[in-house]
Design a protein around this ligand. Structure first.
Ligand code: PMP
Ligand code: GLU
Length: 397
């Protein structure tokens, strides 16, 4: 069977592939610790689930407007005003089937062959493939550990060419947990405005941020930046609603209209019931968000300290999200059972085969010296899994 050439440009999502592999091994009876996919381990809060139950019982189970119901658009508009001091109209917001879908739609309506899209690394695994599927070229800007994996204004400026359309930026970041101060963002904003490139700001980890650090989305840094920005967010991470598939974006009316037209020819509306649940998530009580954030912060403290206590492993302390991205390259070139480990994929395989720990190779995020551990799992699993990783690394000779 002939498959269209564009499909050979992309790979299956590495995070979802590892999650599926870990689940299959668990189902086969292996005692696997899942540090793979980034999915909060908490249940979706009860009030949100009940809103969905009410929607079903009320028969709210039919097509809705393609770009989402007004009630949800209004909840998103109120959220952006409340949290980000950004003012949008309904015609500047579109609801989609997850933030991944929002990002995919944005790529489809904005980019084409000949365009370049800047992506600071380490990056989330799907950004590059979302860009490849548009015919445009992702241009990776490799950030340095010495800069705490933060994009420097000089790096941004050096990467911009006449073909550059946009930058995709996300903080707190997946996989390194890096966030930016207002001053750091202002320095990046100066370059962005001067060069007039667009900003796709993936704010999905906005609420999972630690040590009292404030969050600013780039669009809130002035009218010019707002004009250049598309703000992307969703309910998956903040409200532990990964399976409900609701994300959204806000930006210029023209772009939102194009996305809505595009969506009308692929998914149609996001699920009606999930939209009602998302209204409750955004408008209802927010205590569960803080409860989850606090728990993630506790885990972050334990995991960073434990990893840094393993000989020759170094790990930045994340400022948000629920991942750590330790450097394990000191163990490359060492062997076990006649097999030498030379890269992050082999390290991830070794840790899965020898110690039943599932995690994602750093190469999938653009940094082969690292591995990504998702700590969206219980403290007990974290402690057990880290001990297994430590023992497995120390077995290498
Ligand atoms: N952006 C980032 C950085 C992510 O880690 C994820 C993970 N799911 C997403 C977007 C997509 O989230 P969703 O589609 O579940 O809203
Ligand atoms: N974003 C999460 C992760 O990076 C969930 C899986 C995915 O969509 O990539 O693990």
């Amino acid at each position: 069977m002939k498959i269209a050439a564009r499909i050979s440009l992309i790979k299956p999502s590495p995070t979802l592939t590892i999650q599926a592999k870990a689940n299959a091994l668990k189902a086969a009876g292996r005692d696997i610790i899942g540090f793979g996919a980034g999915e909060p381990d908490f249940d979706t809060p009860h009030n949100i689930k009940m809103a969905a139950v009410r929607a079903i019982e009320a028969g709210f189970t039919k097509y809705t407007p393609v770009g989402g119901i007004d009630e949800l658009k209004d909840a998103v508009i109120a959220k952006l005003q409340r949290d980000n001091r950004l003012t949008y109209k309904r015609s500047e917001v579109v609801i989609s089937c997850g933030a991944k879908h929002s990002l995919f739609n944005i790529g489809q309506v904005l980019f084409e062959e000949g365009d370049e899209v800047l992506i600071p690394s380490p990056y989330w695994v799907s950004y590059t493939d979302i860009v490849y599927l548009t015919g445009a070229r992702p241009v990776i800007i490799k950030t340095n550990t010495a800069d705490d994996f933060k994009l420097q204004p000089s790096q941004l400026e050096a990467a911009i060419t006449p073909r550059t359309r946009a930058i995709i930026i996300s903080y707190p970041s997946n996989p390194a947990g890096v966030s930016y101060s207002l001053k750091e963002l202002e320095a990046l904003a100066e370059v962005i405005v001067r060069k007039g490139i667009m900003v796709i700001s993936d704010d999905i980890y906005e609420k999972i941020i630690y040590d009292g650090r404030p969050f600013y989305t780039l669009a809130s840094l002035g009218d010019e930046l707002k004009r250049l920005s598309i703000v992307v967010n969703g309910v998956s991470k903040t409200y532990s609603m990964t399976g409900w598939r609701i994300g959204y974006c806000a930006g210029a009316e023209e772009i939102i209209a194009a996305i809505t037209k595009y969506q009308s020819q692929n998914t149609s509306n996001p699920t009606s019931i999930a939209q009602k649940a998302a209204v409750e998530a955004l408008n209802g009580p927010q205590e569960s968000v803080e409860m989850m954030r606090k728990e993630f912060q506790k885990r972050r403290d334990v995991i960073t300290e434990t990893l840094n206590a393993i000989p020759d492993v170094t790990c930045l302390k994340p400022q948000g999200a629920f991942y750590v991205f330790p450097n394990v390259a000191a163990y490359y070139g060492r062997s076990f059972g006649g097999k030498t480990i030379t890269n992050s994929a082999e390290m991830a395989n070794y840790l899965l085969d020898e110690s039943n720990v599932a995690l994602v190779p750093g190469a999938d995020f653009g940094h082969d010296d690292h591995i990504r551990i998702s700590y969206a799992t219980s403290m007990e699993q974290i402690e057990k899994g880290l001990e297994r990783i430590r023992a497995a690394l120390l077995r290498l000779r």
